[in-house]
Design a protein around this ligand. Structure first.
Ligand SMILES: C[S@@+](CC[C@H](N)C(=O)[O-])C[C@H]1O[C@@H](n2cnc3c(N)ncnc32)[C@H](O)[C@@H]1O
Length: 211
């Protein structure tokens, strides 16, 4: 067994892994590896006209800042949803629900649905289930995800700690989303996080009407 695999099976690794369930640790980790993400997201969405947002896998609510109108964050983690509610307790335009939209019905209609660092947590079947539920309820779908820098051992550790089991190459991410017949790619970009640990893709899809 390679040294890295031995490490990821160790009890020390398991303890580190579960540290990420804690909202404060999760936020510190985001700041460490993803500095600059906010600027990139704002620039990427600058010319897109939307108001309401549904944020799938909203975590602790970091990306509620993209909202220009009503915002709903949904996540399977009760701890994250509670932390997000506390954070935005004085802003009634930001609502949070504990929900798995890959299998449950999502309430409401939105201009933009976003998945920020969530795609790599979902299997192909979960993504397709999500698209079936979400595409009828939104005009735009914004995806930000990471992709592997396999030569970088720090990145490998952080990928493992992040627990996304479905890290895909950018072309694969795009192909998967475009399996939904109503979506077309409107814009895409990518960047290296300043630490050089992660590389990110940004993709905007728009629903097209047939006929
Ligand atoms: C890496 S975190 C990203 C959180 C947030 N979008 C951010 O960028 O700060 C991935 C999030 O996806 C959530 N998640 C994973 N599977 C999910 C599912 N099936 N439905 C909703 N949320 C899910 C996790 O609970 C976690 O909060």
């Amino acid at each position: 067994m390679a040294a890295f695999d031995r490490f990821t099976s160790s009890s020390l690794y398991q303890r580190i892994y579960h540290l990420f369930d804690n909202p404060a640790v999760f936020n510190a980790y985001q700041d460490l590896v993803d500095g600059g993400k906010e600027r990139r997201i704002r620039r990427f969405l600058k010319d897109t006209r939307y108001e309401s947002v549904v944020d799938v896998g909203c975590g602790t609510g970091n990306w509620a800042i993209t909202a220009r109108g009503p915002y709903l964050g949904v996540d399977v983690s009760r701890e994250f949803v509670e932390s997000a509610r506390e954070r935005y307790v004085n802003d009634p335009s930001k609502q949070f629900l504990e929900l798995d939209p890959t299998s449950a019905v999502l309430p409401g209609e939105y201009d933009l649905a976003q998945l920020v660092s969530v795609l790599h947590h979902l299997s192909d079947d979960q993504v397709l289930g999500l698209l079936e539920r979400i595409v009828p309820r939104t005009r735009y779908l914004f995806i930000l995800d990471l992709y592997p820098i396999s030569w970088n051992p720090v990145a490998r550790f952080l990928y493992a700690a992040d627990r996304g089991d479905y890290i895909r190459e950018p072309a694969e991410q795009k192909r998967l989303i475009l399996r939904h017949p109503d979506l077309k790619l409107a814009r895409e970009d990518d960047y290296f996080a300043p630490t050089g640990v992660y590389r990110h893709t940004l993709m905007l899809f728009e629903k097209q009407s047939h006929g």
